[in-house]
Design a protein around this ligand. Structure first.
Ligand code: GLU
Length: 285
C-alpha cells in the first residue's frame, strides 16, 4: 500500500523551526517511500487564524524545499462536510447541545471539591474535562433553549460512544497498542461558531484524503485515542501514527510562535539558506 502523509498547520502565526521539523518529517517519510505528501491548512479557529499566515506558510515551505501533491485543503472552505458528519452522529444520539460558557465550566469544576482537575493534554483546543452539565439537562429544557436559538456547541457523549465502539487500539510506528479516549470526557465536536472542532475536522480530513500515516508532534499523542474513537464511529479507515519529539529552545521549552527569532521568515531575512535551516530544524540533509 502506498504511503500518504500530511502536514496540517494552523495559520495562527509564522512557521518556526518546530513546524519545519514536523513538515520535513512528514515529507521525507512520503518521499522516501515514493508516496504522497499532502498539505492542509487547519483554519477553523477564526479568532486566531489569518489568511495571510496561510499564504506565508505555503511560501515558507516552498522556500524550505518542500513540494506537495494535489490541492492544498483549506478547512474553512469545507464547513458543509463537517456539518454533514456531525449530523450523522446527531442522528444516532451521540452528540448533545452544550450551552455552557468556558467561564461557567471552570466555575463548576472549581465548585466541586471532589472533581478531578484533569486537563487532558493532547489537542490544540485542549480544555478541562467537561463536568457533563448539559448532558443531564431535562429534554424539555434542552428543547426550549434550542428553540430560542441559544448559542451552543455540540459535545460527544463519550461514555455512550465508547460503549458503542468497544475497546480501541491504535498503531504507533509499527506497534499496536490499546488506547482510551475516556479521560477527555465529552469533547466538543462542533464549536459554537464553527460546525466542527479540531478532533472532528482533522479526523474527517485524514479519512477523506486517504492519509495512511499521520505524523505530528508528541503533544498530540493523547488525542489519537479520540481520533480512533471517531474513526470507529464513522467506520473510517485506520491510519498509522508516528509522533515525533518537539523541538525545544535553548531554555528547554518547546518552540512556540513567541520565539520570533526562530521563524522561517526571520531566518530567511537573516540570510540563512534552506540547507542551513533544515539542519537547524533537526533535519539535516
Ligand atoms: N493543526 C494542528 C496544529 O497546528 C495539527 C493537527 C495534526 O497534525 O493532527 O497543531
Amino acid at each position: 500500500m502506498s504511503i500518504v502523509t500530511r502536514f496540517a498547520p494552523s495559520p495562527t502565526g509564522l512557521l518556526h523551526l518546530g513546524h519545519a521539523h514536523a513538515a520535513l518529517f512528514a515529507w521525507r517519510r512520503a518521499r522516501a517511500a515514493g508516496g504522497r505528501f499532502l498539505l492542509r491548512i487547519e483554519d477553523l479557529d477564526s479568532a486566531r487564524c489569518r489568511p495571510e499566515y496561510g499564504s506565508a506558510i505555503l511560501d515558507d515551505l516552498a522556500w524550505l524545499g518542500l513540494d506537495w501533491d494535489g490541492e492544498v485543503r483549506v478547512q474553512s472552505a469545507h464547513l458543509d462536510a463537517y456539518r454533514a458528519a456531525l449530523s450523522r452522529l446527531q442522528a444516532r444520539g451521540l452528540v448533545y447541545p452544550c450551552f455552557c460558557t468556558r467561564a461557567a465550566i471552570l466555575a463548576e469544576i472549581a465548585a466541586a471539591p471532589a472533581a478531578p482537575h484533569d486537563w487532558p493534554a493532547g489537542a490544540p483546543d485542549a480544555a478541562p474535562r467537561y463536568p457533563g452539565t448539559c448532558r443531564r439537562l431535562p429534554p424539555r429544557e434542552r428543547k426550549a433553549r434550542l428553540e430560542t436559538g441559544e448559542s451552543h456547541a455540540l459535545r460527544l457523549d463519550m461514555a455512550k460512544a465508547i460503549r458503542l465502539a468497544g475497546p480501541l487500539t491504535c498503531i504507533e510506528g509499527d506497534r499496536k497498542m490499546a488506547c482510551d479516549p475516556a479521560p477527555f470526557g465529552d469533547v466538543v465536536l462542533g464549536r459554537k461558531e464553527t460546525p466542527a472542532s479540531y478532533h472532528l475536522a482533522a479526523t474527517h480530513d485524514d479519512a477523506l484524503q486517504g492519509v495512511t500515516l499521520v505524523t505530528r508532534g508528541e503533544d498530540l499523542r493523547a488525542a489519537t485515542a479520540v481520533h480512533r474513537l471517531l474513526q470507529a464511529l464513522f467506520a473510517w479507515p485506520e491510519p498509522a501514527y508516528q509522533h515525533h519529539p518537539l523541538l525545544r529552545n535553548a531554555a528547554g521549552r518547546r518552540l512556540s510562535k513567541r520565539d520570533g527569532a526562530s521563524s522561517l521568515r526571520a531566518l530567511r531575512a537573516a540570510g540563512e539558506s534552506p540547507v542551513a535551516v533544515r539542519a537547524m530544524a533537526g533535519m539535516p540533509d
